[in-house]
Design a protein around this ligand. Sequence first.
Ligand SMILES: Cc1ncc(COP(=O)(O)O)c(C=O)c1O
Length: 403
Amino acid sequence: MEAKLSRAAKKLTSSPIQELSYLAQRCNAINLAEGFPDFPAPRHIKNAAVSAINSDFNQYRHVQGICDHVSKMVKEMHGLEIDPLTDVAICCGQSEAFAAAIFATIDPGEEVILFDPSYETYEACITMAGGIPVHVALDPPQWTLDPSKLLSSFTERTKAIVLNSPHNPTGKVFTKDELEAIAGACCSRNCLAITDEVYEHITYDNEKHISLASFPGMQERTIITSSLSKTFSVTGWRVGWAIAPAFLASAIRNIHTKVTDSAPAPFQEAALTALGSPPEYFESLKRDYQLKRDYIVKLLGGVGFKIQFIPKGSFFLFAELPDNYPHSDVDFVKKLILEAGVVAVPGQGFFHTSLSSNEASNVNIDYQKRYIRFAFCKSDATLATVSERLSKILDSEGLLALH
Ligand SMILES: Cc1ncc(COP(=O)(O)O)c(C=O)c1O
């Protein structure tokens, strides 16, 4: 009966990295693999959710106030005028907003440009819609965008480009120059942009997140997607949104209605409280995460990881194995799970630029198996336990043992 599975389902098989996740569960490993906090969500928004449940917000629901808040936030952060009545679609997290944006815009055979490395979900959604992902490599160790590589990836079939900044897995925040180059390419090639801005409020060292939609000519061709998940430590609440010109937002809303009908009603109500949080909330979010970033950079740098790029945003550290470490990222993570009881993600799952296409141009892509992604959105106690457990895989000099 397995033959009855659709082509899309057959393509979405579990990866070797998911197998590591099962191993981690069996070993009861501390989870630095997945991007969700293990500390409590802010009390004021939890109270709002409890109160919404007690007030019987139990039915399908569209909470227009979310659109009002989101429009106001985008105006304040990026100077964009958004009509809350027509230009915002509330969805079940950024994930559904992104999938709906893809299904609203991509026909089979159309190409979508992604940066490499990138968050895994994009490629899966594009493929499910019959689109063709085209990857543009960011150059390590600073994950810089070479505009000429971007320009040469466009064809007459290019329909859209996906931009995630602040970036998972590297922690990169695209610079103004890079964004200008992306915007210029989108305008000159008449292509859409779909942005993933879930880490918009998590930036460090006074780095400011700039939305691609704020560049000249971009608002009319950009779908911004984001959510409550990361900003308010509520990845399980499933409230997100897409912001786009009315015809696109309406198409996304139609797809959302057919697929899930509405985001969870009580959590939409609580979103009003979350999005209305005072400026101090957002400041302390950055401050707390910056301390965690500094802790993990010091910890992993101290045991010999090569950390040439310090995250400027998001809550991931993409740390490079020491040059003299003889094994791959997957081997390292297996050892980390089995011997230290900690799990992180081997970086190779985030890379898609294939060996064959690069071999033709003689580009060395061995680096794709040298990175480990650590999620540091964890309590200080968890991070301190990680530090203790790491000692089990260190040599007498306190550096990662090389066997
Ligand atoms: C870059 C990025 N986008 C989106 C998501 C998921 O967002 P949501 O929970 O709103 O679906 C994640 C979660 O890890 C992420 O890292």
